[in-house]
Design a protein around this ligand. Structure first.
Ligand code: SF4
Length: 366
């Protein structure tokens, strides 16, 4: 049986020979992977097709813009594959593969053998979580946890359910967008979630749709399987140049998600990660797009927050005047920054918190 994936850009039949040759240079540096299903959604007659931008490499990835670990996750890695940044939340990187590789991935180092970021000693990681009663939620991530065998994912969730203080298990996944048939055809995923999602301790699936066109009939069926299995769903997406940097496109995505029962949760400022230059939108432009999109949505569809996953915390962009931009910490690494409110002088060229320099004013919740 033919593989469901292409892992070599030279295999992609829709690209012409010269494109394949040129892009191979990029994929020698940053891995390529795409499912046949996702490639079938691309309009190959349109070089600017948003879905194409998401998975097909571009030569500008070779420009030296950005850092490999833009949010300094290494600082919060307590052992390979386990991050503990915010008091109540632990991240377990259970998989080092995805159904497709997003060209804008902020964790592209996970696909590199020389980094080896996936959890290596699951027992030790579970032991750490069990020994830290302040951890009430664990995010299973990677890579994509739904690329594990259903049995393996089920076993990890079962172990976490054995830890009394872990109330919420979150699964971060783009499989519903990249390969929804994997969920539909493997009832083991729904069974594993059904066992782990109880009325007192839910499993959340944080899905990852960037564009309305990813919400195909099969994707909707996959989302329904997850919903019926007792998972709570929410969507997060980065704001990406050429993909969803248009208020109408973003509003359509928010509205469709709200109809399906998948509330928009976070819209991320694209991290300044190495090779992501093409996708980056300045913070203030992004905030304007986000607000214009929300103005076209019902209350249920506009529940997302526009945030930066900064080294020091999750920082929400909450407002702007002609001269100032207002930021607020939603989560912070250090207690003092919790709920910290920051006023910055506007800088239309800022792509990240650090580009703003010193605050004009700030307020701490004492
Ligand atoms: S699904 Fe997530 S981890 Fe996988 S390539 Fe995309 S951004 Fe990276």
């Amino acid at each position: 049986m033919a593989s469901q994936f292409y892992t070599d850009i030279r295999q992609v039949p829709e690209l012409c020979e010269s494109e394949r040759k040129e892009l191979e240079r990029v994929t020698r540096k940053y891995e390529f992977k795409a499912s046949r299903y996702y490639l079938s959604l691309i309009d190959w007659n349109d070089p600017a097709d948003p879905l194409r931008q998401i998975v097909i490499p571009s030569l500008t990835e070779l420009s030296p813009w950005g850092r490999l670990d833009a949010s300094k996750e290494s600082k919060y890695t307590v052992m390979p594959g386990l991050q503990h940044k915010y008091n109540s939340t632990a991240l377990l990187l259970v998989s080092d593969t995805c159904a497709c590789i997003c060209r804008y991935c902020f964790r592209k180092r996970i696909f590199r053998a020389d980094y080896g970021e996936k959890v290596r000693d699951l027992e030790a990681a579970l032991g750490y979580i069990a020994a830290h009663p302040e951890i009430n939620n664990v995010l299973l991530t990677g890579g994509d946890p739904l690329m594990l065998a259903p049995k393996k994912l089920g076993a990890i969730m079962e172990r976490l359910r054995g830890v009394d203080h872990v109330r919420i298990i979150r699964i971060g996944t783009k499989v519903p967008a990249y390969l929804p048939s994997r969920i539909v055809d493997n009832p083991g995923f729904a069974e594993a979630i059904r066992r782990a999602s109880t009325s007192e301790r839910r499993v959340y699936c944080i899905v990852h749709f960037n564009h309305e066109r990813e919400l195909t009939d099969t994707a909707l069926t996959a989302l329904d399987v997850l919903l019926q299995s007792g998972a709570i769903l929410a969507n997060q997406t980065p704001l990406l140049r050429g993909v969803n940097d248009d208020p109408l496109v973003l509003a359509n995505l928010f509205n469709r998600l709200s109809y399906i029962g998948v509330p928009p949760y976070y819209v991320f400022q694209c991290r300044p990660t190495l090779a992501n230059k093409d996708f980056a939108v300045p913070v203030e432009e992004g905030y304007t797009i986000f607000e214009e999109a929300k103005s076209r949505c019902s209350g249920l569809a506009k529940r997302a927050r526009f945030v930066m996953s900064h080294e020091t915390g999750k920082i929400e962009v909450v407002g702007m005047t002609e001269s100032e931009v207002f930021l607020k910490y939603l989560r912070a690494e250090c207690d003092r920054d919790s709920s910290r409110f920051v006023v910055m002088k506007r800088n239309p060229a800022a792509y990240w918190y650090d580009d703003y320099g010193e605050p004009v004013a700030e307020q701490y919740l004492e």
